[in-house]
Design a protein around this ligand. Sequence first.
Ligand code: WT7
Length: 636
Amino acid sequence: MENLQLRTFADYKKAYKKSIKDPEAFWDEVASTFTWQKKWDKTLEWDFKKPEVKWFQGGKLNITENCLDRHLDTLGNKTAIIWEPNDPDEESRYITYRQLFVKVSHFANVLKNNGIKKGDRVCLYMPMIPELAIAMLACARIGAVHSIVFAGFSSSAIAKRINDSDCKMLITANEVYRGSKKVNLKEMCDKALEQTPGVETVIVYRRTVEPTPMKEGRDKFWFDELQKAEKECPPEVMDAEDMLFILYTSGSTGKPKGMVHTVGGYLVGTTYSFQNVFQLEKDDVYWCTADIGWITGHSYIIYGPLASGATTVMFEGIPSYPDYGRFWDIVDKLKVTHFYTAPTAIRSLAKQPLSFVENHDLSSLKALGSVGEPINEEAWHWYNDNVGKGNCPVVDTWWQTETGAIMISPLAGITPTRPTFATLPLPGVQPVLMDNEGEEIPNTTEPVEGRLAIKFPWPSIARTIYGDHQRYKEVYFSTFENKYFTGDGAYRDATGNYRITGRVDDIVIVSGHNLGTAATENAIDEHENVVESAVVGFPHEVKGNALYAYVILYDKVEPSEELEKEIKDIVSQTLGPIAKPEKIQFVSGLPKTRSGKIMRRILRKIASNDTDNLGDTSTLLNPEIVDEILAEAKHD
Ligand code: WT7
């Protein structure tokens, strides 16, 4: 495997320049370092108006050949995955590239034996165990499309996602350990499966020895199926633009968006960014603490690291179990060199006594990463000083489910870092800031602020929303002509460094999870006593943001703590606990414009206790409601 790493800041600048001047030649060169069964005929075809983006057309490949087969000769005995269990007394698992190759091929035949073919969608609802990695790679090996649903989501969230993309199969585990708790995943699946007529087969991995009720003819144990399957499975020949996976992300209408990523561009984008942002050396041990149920896990636990021949850590547990030193215990134990986590985790650990960090030897660390939301100055310094001991570059990586790969970030040890700045775009990425009139703000040496858009395609951009190309166009390509709109605001300093300021739409990032406020509103409105609700985000010390719900009840229904709890429960059941509002305020009305739109700006300010200047309320139909809401606002 050829190395894609830029080594110096001068290298970076040169590569960046080239990537802008001739993007096709630039990506051609990067792409040719991978294993293709047939080379592409056309590097790029694009039209953001349609919108349509196609990379490496005519190229044939399989991503698992790049993640597994091509490493066998040189890295066959190298550890691909180190698995660290929830319980520190259970043994870690070390899986070499050769072993992973065998396991993936073997399980790929289980999929085939159960009728899964190229193009079929398979839903994975699994804990952070190596079998999740094996199942996703097995799908990719035979050309099936995986749709991974985070194992913290509720039954109805699973059912919605399964039905939206017509999954034929569901792969799960009986139970999952999460700290001191055990969660029964199979039970959640059974409930979801009552509403998913399209699912023919359920494969169940036994994570615990508990008895597991199985439905005759539909449910099969992972282990039993392996006994019946052949071990060898040649990789399916895929077109570069064939679908690799679907991953759902929140939208502002309440319905999740199934983002579609395709094989060739995604492989090229994730691998190139992985190698350049993190700058791993030969025997390094890389650990990203995300769950594979999110894009971070897809791109930077599995595909990017494995395609690079790296050793990647998978952790089943949580940062607070058995105590708040667990992350540092693992870094020490596995001699982790590269550690990648989220600001919300950093903030929650920073609140604990420093002894949790100091009790462990963290001298193996070389670089630290952050992702998921803007990292505040305090958290940045705590991370840099106490974890990195001032010796590890902190890479603040900005990207999205939709971008597939890191877009704006320092390259570790190469780009000068600056707290709270994601700094500079990666080669091939062309960000622009847009003003309120929808015009591009010129790239001068003036510091400026605006809405962040991207004006040229990159290989790992999501190609569509599954089953709804029109929505893809509306959400990402209609705000600004001929540009991809990110939904984020950003500031750019005099030297071109970007600082992401946060979402400018109805999406709120809670503990690094991307939540659409509309989804929570819809769930609240399901309660029989609720007329209407409005949900907004407000700053939260640990979570970054939390949700604040304003709820109108039917006449004659008295607000009560009981009711508050019921509303929170309904949200938990419909969407999962992460979407639960932190605060609920019962109100008699919501501030609405004459056209009936809720003026969320005001509600956001009240929730954030930033009420000195509520701005213009003269266009409201019911300005008097603002005083009522203000008087009863819930502030700590
Ligand atoms: C949104 C995307 C990409 C993996 C995790 C989240 C926010 C992400 C940063 C960062 C400031 C960030 C943005 C973005 N975000 N990383 N380093 N600095 N904001 O993926 O769930 O698709 O969410 O997360 O608001 O739009 P996602």
